[in-house]
Design a protein around this ligand. Structure first.
Ligand SMILES: [Zn+2]
Length: 288
């Protein structure tokens, strides 16, 4: 394990470009977990009594009214985005990238919607939140590129949510001030997605000019087509690249799947570090 982390540290030192792909495993290692069943039972007894057992489990849930969905999302987002402070593990990662490796160009792509990168002071232009985040609302009718901050709406929803029905009143359902259509949270297919994706792809193109170190941190199989598979493809296609997969295995869990294995065709350019992201990042700080 130490040997692999030392290899990663040396590769980071040698690289011209560092590409980081961060999934839920990074925030979990930092202390923000969606799998906490005790917290779920306490905070969402209505849903716990109906067979749901974690916030993670709710991501795929569809069998609710729109009023229940907003009541849940308001409280969930309040916890994840507003009650949780900026987490120190992200600060440590920032120290590594911004203070220890000052001569490297780096870029981050993340599926996390918790804003931990930007809340910890990472420059927004270096963070591609490809699923968007929990901060804004946008029009379901796509009549405008305008977005609206969710926080004031969220606070109103939480203030009047009915715990017996786990619902908000229908009168609080948010609507577009432009066309009157319902609003939705601006994640997945949000208005600035295309522009941000183009900037990310331009960075990838530019990184072909030097040695690239790829670090995949805590990425499972929720949406493998965005980080996991493209990272493997980049590794396969390029010669001047090293790929590191940092993830813990969950052999007993049916929900959390995060195989640390590396596909054979890229094995010679890759290294799997089957360890908690927090441990690896703290070890890196010592070595850099
Ligand atoms: Zn609209």
């Amino acid at each position: 394990m130490q040997e692999q982390i030392a290899l990663l540290a040396n590769t980071m030192k040698q690289a011209d470009y560092i590409l980081i792909g961060a999934g839920a495993g990074l925030s979990a290692a930092a202390g923000l977990s969606f799998a906490d069943e005790k917290l779920f039972r306490k905070r969402y007894p209505y849903w716990a009594e109906r067979g749901r057992h974690s916030e993670y489990h709710m991501f795929s849930f569809r069998d609710w009214t729109i009023e229940q969905q907003w009541a849940y999302m308001a409280d969930h987002i309040s916890r994840v985005r507003f009650e949780t402070p900026p987490l120190p593990l992200y600060q440590t990662l920032k120290t590594i990238l911004e203070e220890k490796l000052t001569d490297k160009e780096y870029m981050i792509i993340t599926s996390n919607v918790d804003c931990q990168f930007t809340r910890n002071g990472f420059p927004p232009q270096k963070v591609f939140e490809y699923q968007g985040n929990y901060d804004n609302l946008c029009c379901t009718n796509q009549c405008t590129q305008e977005i609206w901050p969710f926080q004031p709406v969220m606070e109103q929803m939480i203030a009047v949510a009915n715990p017996i029905t786990a619902s908000i009143p229908s009168s609080l359902l948010p609507h577009c001030s432009n066309c009157g259509a319902p609003l939705r949270l601006a994640f997945r297919d949000y208005p600035s997605y295309n522009a941000e994706k183009i900037a990310y792809q331009q960075w990838l193109k530019q990184s072909e000019q030097g040695m690239l170190c790829i670090m995949e941190i805590g990425v499972g199989f929720n949406s493998p087509g965005v980080i996991r598979v493209p990272f493997e493809r980049i590794t396969q296609e390029r010669s001047n690249v090293k790929f590191f997969r940092i993830t813990v295995d969950y052999p007993d869990s049916e929900e959390e799947i995060a195989y640390p294995e590396i596909p054979k065709p890229i094995a010679d350019k890759s290294c799997s570090i089957n360890a908690d992201a927090g441990f690896v990042i703290h070890e890196l700080l010592k070595l850099l």
